[in-house]
Design a protein around this ligand. Structure first.
Ligand code: NAP
Length: 294
């Protein structure tokens, strides 16, 4: 008798360039599980209908642009990370109370993915600067607050988005403060971590703000969430200023490790950080799962 594989997928629009299938194929190869991972290009007008029946076919789904906030609103149950950020990047399906259907349960594994990428257990930042106030920045703020960062200084181009982030997260992040781009110099003073969480740097000509690197703590770390390109102008500038750098692939790999644990309704594996690091290294090397799986 043939056993049907467990099906996972990524819902977004577009999805064709996603690295998630590679990440999941590696994770499954490591676990020797019989799973598939599919790219599901679903536009906004089809999202409701797709999710209404997806639980019959899929064990769990990752969610990406532009659906993270819309799907969060559709979830009957959300993890604390998903509730705080108001966005989900992973859903699984649970029977409704009356047993008549399946309800969505959502998580935001960007939060844990960021923490894994930073290796915070070893070196939690005391003062962090976060550039940006979109969905990714929200996940970063929630993660930093959870790890006890005393001051989280958010700098965003548009005041409206920064204000919305502040209203949503200030009650849960006691050290959260906003600074305007004009005050970037002062905001960087003494910080031991700076996170580039804007989408600037993804397209030629769009640049995140220039940082006054000498205002940061001497041993400050710089992390860019943009992973395409991997080596961004921001990281190059940090490196030139003598700062330790972390690229966006580390968090991308970390969120995938977290998503698989969520799909399986289990805890993060004890070696989650090691797994995420290894996955990021494989992506960085441009490896393909079928050619370099152990
Ligand atoms: N590595 C990972 O695992 C991971 C996970 C999630 C996201 N990301 C990456 O993180 C980035 C942000 O994603 P998101 O979901 O937060 O996007 P988003 O919700 O659309 O927010 C975009 C943010 O970038 C800012 N921004 C855009 N262009 C800018 C520019 N030229 N100068 C200054 N600020 C600019 C926006 O500021 P305004 O409010 O002023 O428009 C806003 O704060 C993307 O590159 C995404 O790929 C990476």
């Amino acid at each position: 008798m043939s056993v049907r594989p467990v099906r996972y997928g990524l819902v977004g629009h577009p999805v064709s360039h996603s690295l998630s299938p590679r990440l999941f194929e590696w994770l499954h190869a490591d676990d020797q599980a019989g799973c598939t991972y599919e790219l599901l290009d679903v536009g906004p007008s089809r999202l409701d209908g797709f999710l209404a029946t997806a639980g019959r076919d899929f064990h769990g789904l990752n969610v990406t642009v532009p659906h993270k906030v819309a799907v969060a609103a559709m979830c009957a149950e959300r993890t604390p990370a998903a509730a705080l950020t108001g966005a989900v990047n992973a859903v699984r399906f649970r029977p409704t109370e009356d047993g008549a259907g399946l309800a969505l349960h959502g998580d935001n594994t960007d939060v844990g993915g960021f923490a894994l990428a930073l290796g915070l257990a070893h070196r939690p930042p005391r003062v962090a600067v976060v550039l940006g106030a979109g969905g990714a920045a929200r996940a970063v703020v929630v993660a930093l607050a959870g790890l006890g960062t005393q001051e989280i200084r958010v700098v965003n181009r548009s005041p409206a988005r920064a204000d919305a982030l502040y209203r949503a997260l200030a009650p849960h992040a006691p050290g959260l403060v906003l600074a305007s781009p004009e005050d970037l110099d002062a905001a960087c003073a003494g910080a031991d971590l700076v996170v580039q969480a804007t989408s600037a740097g993804m397209t030629p000509g769009s640049r995140p703000p220039r940082l006054p690197w000498d205002r940061l703590a001497t041993d400050a770390m710089a992390m860019d969430l943009v992973y395409r390109p991997r080596w961004t102008e921001f990281l190059a500038a940090a490196d030139a200023a003598g700062k330790e750098t972390i690229d966006g692939l580390e968090m991308l790999a970390g969120q995938a490790v977290g998503a698989l644990a969520f799909f399986r309704d289990g805890p993060l594996p004890a070696d989650a950080a090691v797994r995420a690091r290894a996955l990021a290294a494989r992506l960085r090397a441009g490896a393909h799962p079928r050619s370099d799986s152990p």
